[in-house]
Design a protein around this ligand. Structure first.
Ligand SMILES: [Zn+2]
Length: 256
């Protein structure tokens, strides 16, 4: 049960920015990478595949990466009650933006307006050429992998292709970063959902929201470095607590 006082206060929120991390997608069967049971926590060597220098230098790393992309859980995963609650928040006119660290596209699949979703770590649904920047869909590139190209190259320039995600050692897209900064500074409530708030610059968005006077609510199973600065910390499972939080905000939208 979430505190009544907290829920009553939420009805005043007019512009909510939501920062989401792996925790919102684990109920959809997408594995977490950095959490206590995370893929990279349990197997640090798996992280090497996601380092840009290794990816560019070693064709075997790329072949391994393409095999792993073919089997990615995102292709079959369905959004859960947590993703759907954020669609409700948008329909109530209270959502400013969703800033997500996830690459799985589940917010859009749930029905969130793609223009309101800022994917700071990119998306696995697209492929980008590291030389000329040409973007294609993952589906058409995986079709080439299925046809036997184990390390497909750019059809325009022959360059190395990679999922349009941010690997270790790669900088965030400046435009995407600016949009996420604006979303954090231009809200009266920042909800952080399923993120450990240890990876920058995502975590720094909390500082920006606090500095701009927003309330901050942390929803995460494990402690985060921002728990003491937040107005409330919620440990309950996301797919249960997020719909309750969103209903509380919508009470305000109904003019109470
Ligand atoms: Zn190219």
């Amino acid at each position: 049960m979430l505190p009544t006082e907290l829920l009553t206060g939420l009805s005043a929120a007019r512009s909510v920015t939501v920062l989401t991390g792996a925790g919102i997608s684990t109920d959809s069967g997408i594995p977490d990478f950095r959490g206590p049971q995370g893929v990279w926590t349990k197997d640090p060597n798996a992280a090497a595949m996601f380092t840009i220098d290794n990816y560019v230098a070693d064709p075997e790393v790329r072949r391994r990466a393409w095999r792993s992309r073919r089997e990615h859980s995102a292709w079959t995963a369905e959004p859960n009650a947590g993703h759907r609650a954020l669609v409700d928040l948008e329909r109530a006119g209270r959502l400013r933006s969703i800033v997500t660290q996830n690459i799985d596209g589940l917010h859009q699949k749930a029905g969130s307006d793609p223009d309101k979703v800022i994917e700071i770590h990119g998306t696995i649904w697209h492929v980008v050429c590291l030389t000329c920047g040409n973007r294609t869909t993952m589906a058409e590139t995986l079709a080439r992998v299925d046809e036997g190209e184990d390390d497909p190259s750019c059809e325009l320039c022959g360059g190395i292709l990679k999922s349009a995600t941010i690997s270790f050692g790669q900088s965030l897209e400046p435009e995407v970063l600016r949009a996420s900064v604006r979303a954090a500074q231009d809200c009266d409530l920042l909800l952080t959902v399923g993120t450990s708030l240890t990876v920058h610059p995502a975590a720094g968005l909390v500082d920006l929201a606090l500095a701009a006077g927003a309330r901050v609510i942390v929803v995460n199973a494990q402690p985060t470095p921002y728990d003491t600065l937040a107005d409330a910390v919620i440990r309950e499972p996301i797919s249960q607590s997020l719909p309750v939080l969103v209903e509380a905000v919508k009470d305000g939208a109904r003019g109470r």
